[in-house]
Design a protein around this ligand. Structure first.
Ligand SMILES: [Zn+2]
Ligand SMILES: [Zn+2]
Length: 171
């Protein structure tokens, strides 16, 4: 199967070192199909994202876990509203331009990453766990993911209501 879905492409196997750069170059040409040779029979979907200025970009391999929307005061202050993200295992994300990320140590266990040039809040990283939360707003094109729940609703702002029928967790 070799299909395109928005900006994302299916691969017949995981790209190897060096091939990702080629894929990024190729994918900048709209409507161009790009296919790796089948070798291991594994299908992977690649999702791309970036900050506003492009100094930081990333690719995530595989389907995205259902995102949650966090209404905690830190996410609200950092994003300007509430913040939706998806949890990605560390070994499924490749970050480009990490030198351009400022990591704000929000607590002993968590750091928050944003572009030091344009300020986009991209990552929420629980440093002792092998996963990272990636901002849904940073992905380019359709991801196929749908919001799954709201969290830290106890801290939500008073200027909006949550009315989408999704589960709401106080914490
Ligand atoms: Zn930027
Ligand atoms: Zn939060």
């Amino acid at each position: 199967m070799d299909i395109e879905n928005g900006d994302n492409r299916w691969f017949s196997r995981r790209p190897e070192e060096g091939e990702e750069a080629q894929w990024l170059k190729e994918s900048s040409q709209p409507n161009r199909k790009f296919k790796f040779q089948a070798r291991q029979g594994r299908k992977c979907k690649m999702h791309k994202g970036s900050c506003n200025c492009g100094a930081v970009s990333f690719t995530v391999e595989g389907d995205l876990a259902p995102p949650d929307a966090c209404h905690c005061s830190q996410c609200r202050k950092q994003s300007g509203h509430y913040w939706a993200s998806t949890d990605v295992p560390d070994d499924r994300i490749t970050i480009h331009g990490e030198d351009n990320i400022t990591w704000y140590q929000a607590s002993e266990k968590v750091r928050r990453g944003f572009c030091k040039t344009c300020g986009c809040f991209l990552f929420w990283d629980p440093i002792h766990h092998p996963r990272i939360a990636v901002a849904m707003g940073a992905f380019d094109g359709a991801t196929g993911a749908k919001l799954g729940s709201h969290i830290y609703v106890a801290d939500k702002g008073g200027y909006y209501e949550i009315a989408d029928g999704l589960p709401q967790n106080e914490q």
